[in-house]
Design a binder for this molecule. Structure first.
Ligand code: NAD
Length: 318
């Protein structure tokens, strides 16, 4: 099959490209490198089944007839910055990528009659009042706060995706990704795993915002990729128009997570507490019973094992 991966030079996107290519598919990555890095896909440069199209998806994608790409069978739509540091650095870009950009990708899916998967986010639940979060929970999001460009951008992306599914018969499905980590995360992008690992490996203080009692549930990237593929490969009667949480329900307090990284990386870093960030969710844990029951997917890489692999990779970068 011929898969398109928007955001294919990013952290999750590049691992997804690797997995699809390993199974013998053709893959076209579309990326403008706003947060992705050429190094993530450098190893694919000579792979005849891989193509990179440098394009900003907020600009219309070329009409089907005007490209040499041929027929596209399925589109994974991952293009969007995802780091909280970017929510203040490039908020307008994030809002536009998830609204206008998502519309452009949906138009493309429609014209190619391609299956389509939107990567939404657990941030669609905001600071949740239900725990763990199930797909039918509508969330608790501040629509005007500093994270709204992303949280509401993704919620709008879900809304416009559902319009294309209902009105234009697009075979679309939505995955709400929960915190994911692994090799190829940008050490400087401010998300918790790369931040803690970089600080631990450099011997710098590990910064916790708030008292560290807030929880997160971290999923190793190979598990995330297999979850995305399970949803994409599912038959329309099972997955079309549906939302699936994909993540690892192994919930940890942030201070325990920092401690685990300090131990695995054999670091002497101190832990430094700073004031809590606005709208930072207090608890985050996926309910994955829908994807487990319908598609038989569940994560298999433990936090200790995944973190050890990730720290090894970061050692080569720092
Ligand atoms: P990433 O920043 O590493 O990857 C995003 C990719 O999209 C980058 O390569 C970037 O250059 C590209 N991109 C952004 N805007 C673009 C545009 N206008 N045109 C073309 N390309 C563009 O982030 P990631 O962690 O790999 O996230 C991938 C997707 O998963 C995102 O949609 C994100 O919202 C979602 N997600 C990720 C996590 C996580 O923990 N990593 C959690 C929830 C949701």
């Amino acid at each position: 099959m011929h898969f398109v991966v928007t955001g294919g030079a990013g952290f999750i996107g590049s691992h997804l490209c690797d997995a699809l290519l390993a199974d013998g598919h053709d893959v076209t990555a579309i990326d403008n490198f706003i947060t992705g890095r050429p190094g993530n896909i450098a190893h694919l440069r000579d792979n005849a089944s891989f193509r990179l199209v440098e394009h900003d998806i907020t600009q219309e994608l070329p009409a089907k007839e005007q490209t040499s790409l041929g027929k596209v069978d399925a589109i994974y739509h991952l293009a969007s910055p995802a780091s909280p540091a970017d929510f203040t650095r490039i908020p307008l870009e994030i809002a536009i990528i998830n609204s206008v950009g998502t519309r452009n990708v949906l138009e493309w899916a429609r014209s190619h009659e391609a299956r389509y998967l939107l990567t939404s986010t657990s941030e669609a639940y905001g600071d949740p009042l239900e725990h763990p979060q199930r797909e039918d929970y509508f969330g608790n999001v501040n629509t005007i706060g500093p994270r709204a460009c992303y949280d509401e951008g993704k919620r709008f992306a879900e809304a416009i995706t559902s319009v294309y599914i209902r009105e234009f018969r697009v075979d679309g499905r939505i995955v709400r990704i929960f915190n994911t980590y692994g090799p190829r995360m940008n050490p400087n992008d401010g998300r918790l795993p790369p931040q803690f690992i970089s600080q631990a490996l450099r011997g710098e203080p590990m910064t916790i915002y708030g008292d560290g009692s807030q929880t997160r549930s971290f999923c190793y990237v190979s598990d995330m990729v297999s979850g995305l593929r399970a949803v994409m490969d599912a038959q329309p009667e099972v997955a079309r128009g549906k939302i699936f949480n994909v993540g690892n329900p192994d919930e940890r307090q942030v201070r325990a997570f920092a401690e685990l990284i300090r131990i695995i990386s054999e670091s002497n870093s101190e832990i430094e507490y700073r004031p809590a960030l606005q709208d930072d969710p207090a608890r985050r844990c996926p309910d994955i019973s829908r994807i487990s029951a319908t598609l038989g997917w569940r994560p298999v890489v433990s936090l200790v094992e995944g973190m050890a692999r990730t720290i090894e990779w970061f050692r080569t970068q720092i």
